[in-house]
Design a protein around this ligand. Structure first.
Ligand SMILES: Nc1ncnc2c1ncn2[C@@H]1O[C@H](C[S@+](CC[C@H]([NH3+])C(=O)[O-])CC(=O)[O-])[C@@H](O)[C@H]1O
Ligand SMILES: O=C(O)C(=O)Cc1ccccc1
Length: 246
């Protein structure tokens, strides 16, 4: 499994007097992101490590692998370690602080010249000659009505035999099971040292910013975008990952 990136501790939602505003991937979030994501997403390290292993199987020489919504490049760097030297890696994020943080982290990584960093909206990037495209916890931040066309664009840019790796926080449709999984996710955060206040404030900040879909919606949308076979290969509480094949 990958070496975790070090970061400042995430205390962004601890201050009771700070105004609640919609969650943004700004410089403060970028500074604490590795700590935040590790303490907030159950199974995150495993998800990233397994994404690297999947890249090793799926990436084809002479093609490209894309990490869309790369943040500080955990998946980008897992891919770099696993894919052949002739594979180009394209890492995209629209948050300047994330791209700057990733650039710093790549400074003395051998092979990093194979990685192209793009600070742009994922919807504006043309996917070309890709054997693997990764959306690791990114689609949930795209407005729901634009998700299908983003997946269609990705599908069109994949080479035959190529795949999309999608990981998302999911919404559970059934009230009872949904409430239970959400409660357990909050237990996970509490066990990782987040206060009730921090949990509640982040929940409010993420409302309307991170909009989860159900497993059913994701699987129907992947089919509608033209993916012919879809395998769900990871679930930890309300976080799920799929691989979707061309
Ligand atoms: N429209 C957009 N265009 C480009 N980037 C975007 C957009 N919307 C959001 N982002 C970017 O998507 C990332 C989502 S985090 C991904 C974790 C990473 N994949 C990881 O493996 O560590 C997940 C999370 O924080 O829950 C952020 O860096 C945003 O700036
Ligand atoms: O904290 C949450 O509830 C999440 O869904 C994970 C997360 C991690 C980092 C930024 C935004 C959301």
């Amino acid at each position: 499994m990958p070496r975790m990136m070090t970061s400042d501790p995430d205390n962004l939602f601890d201050r009771p007097d700070a105004p609640i505003r919609p969650f943004e991937f700004d410089a403060d979030v970028a500074r604490v992101f590795p700590d935040m994501v590790r303490r907030s997403v159950p199974g995150y390290a495993e998800l990233v490590g397994l994404s690297g292993l999947i890249a090793r199987r799926v990436a084809r020489p002479g093609t490209a692998c894309y990490d869309l919504g790369c943040s500080l490049g955990a998946v980008t760097r897992a891919m770099l370690r696993q894919v052949p030297a002739t594979v180009r890696i394209v890492a995209v994020d629209n948050a300047p602080a994330m791209i700057a943080g990733l650039r710093d982290r790549l400074a003395d990584v051998p092979g990093a010249e194979r990685i192209e960093l793009i600070c742009a909206d994922v919807e504006a990037v043309r996917i070309e000659q890709a054997s693997l495209v990764v959306l690791n916890l990114t689609l949930q931040f795209i407005p729901p009505e634009r998700r299908l066309s983003l997946l269609q664009g990705i599908r069109a840019g994949l080479v035959p035999g190529g795949a999309l790796l999608l990981a998302e926080k999911i919404r559970v449709l059934d009230d009872r099971n949904g409430a239970w999984l959400t409660a357990l996710h909050e237990d996970f955060k509490r066990a990782n040292g987040y206060s009730e206040l921090a949990i509640a404030r982040k929940r409010a900040a993420l409302e309307r910013v991170l909009v989860p879909d159900s497993i059913e919606t994701h699987e129907q949308r992947l089919a509608a975008a033209g993916f012919i076979e879809v395998t769900r290969w990871f679930q930890s509480l309300n976080f799920v990952a799929w691989i979707a094949w061309t």
